[in-house]
Design a binder for this molecule. Structure first.
Ligand code: DGL
Length: 259
């Protein structure tokens, strides 16, 4: 098969990467996508970095063997743990990773209070420390590890009383003070509505999904890998928790416009 006709693999520890997949489909609807969520092993963000690296390499290796033209690591945690190794091992395809959208949040709110919500692993890894070094003098940057939010999304709980109570306890103290919030985990864009309900409208929310989709488009075009198909491509949703309920939840999240 011609390489441009192969699907783009999109990978996450679970359901979060669907927030990136929907941006990819919005930008490049004619492409085919193979989404794999590893919900059976989620959450990754509280695991040792070596384990996350091994799980990520193992999954991308399996997807690569099936025939893919690019891999989007739609997970900040897996990107922090494994992007260097992935790029070395799969050097013949573009491998696109995620980065918390700290840059636009700080540049658009200089001197403000910027919250960064992410997993413990993302916040402690070197990749984030390097990013922080660039921007820490320009704003008050508050790191808030929120692994529990991953579990709410994995359970499909996007606006339950328990979720709102958790968010009120974690974010309530910043209401009226935070000027921007970086959603540094791909699960969190599904909680935009609930985060807004707790923080109010004044805080601007940033996530990296649209940026990752644009970067994927650029990389494919640069390597002559865009499909020549017209019309809508195919989206294949797969999950290591291979139940019909899980796949129905994947479909539901993909169909959500904006939450
Ligand atoms: N969605 C992943 C991220 O962007 C993390 C979820 C997890 O902890 O498994 O960081």
């Amino acid at each position: 098969m011609e390489r441009g006709a192969l699907p783009i693999a999109v990978f996450d520890s679970g359901l979060g990467g669907i927030s990136v997949l929907r941006e990819l489909v919005r930008l490049m609807p004619e492409e085919d996508y193979l989404y794999f969520g590893d919900s059976a092993n989620a959450p990754y963000g509280t695991r040792p970095v070596e384990r996350v690296r091994a799980l990520t390499l193992e999954t991308i290796s399996r997807l690569y063997d099936r025939g893919i033209k690019a891999a989007v690591i739609a997970c900040n945690t897996a990107t922090s743990a494994a992007i260097t190794q992935l790029r070395a091992r799969f050097a013949d395809i573009p491998v696109i990773g995620m980065e918390p959208a700290l840059k636009p949040a700080v540049l658009e709110h200089p001197g403000g209070c910027v919250l960064v919500l992410a997993t413990p692993l993302t916040l402690r890894e070197e990749k984030f420390s390097r990013l922080l070094e660039h921007y820490e003098t320009m704003a008050e940057i508050v790191r808030l590890p929120c692994p529990e939010l991953v579990e709410f999304v994995e359970a499909g709980a996007l606006d339950t009383p328990e979720l709102l109570a958790y968010l009120r306890a974690r974010l309530g103290p910043y209401r009226g003070r935070a000027s921007a919030v970086v959603l540094g985990c791909t699960h969190f864009p599904f909680l935009r509505g609930a985060i807004r309900a707790v923080l109010g409208e004044e805080a601007a929310l940033y996530d990296g999904g649209a940026g990752a989709a644009r970067e994927t488009q650029r990389r494919l075009a640069a390597q002559g890998l865009r499909t020549t198909h017209t019309g809508r491509g195919h989206v294949q949703l797969e999950n290591s928790r291979n139940s019909s309920a899980e796949l129905a939840l994947c479909e539901r999240l993909l169909a959500l416009r904006e939450t």
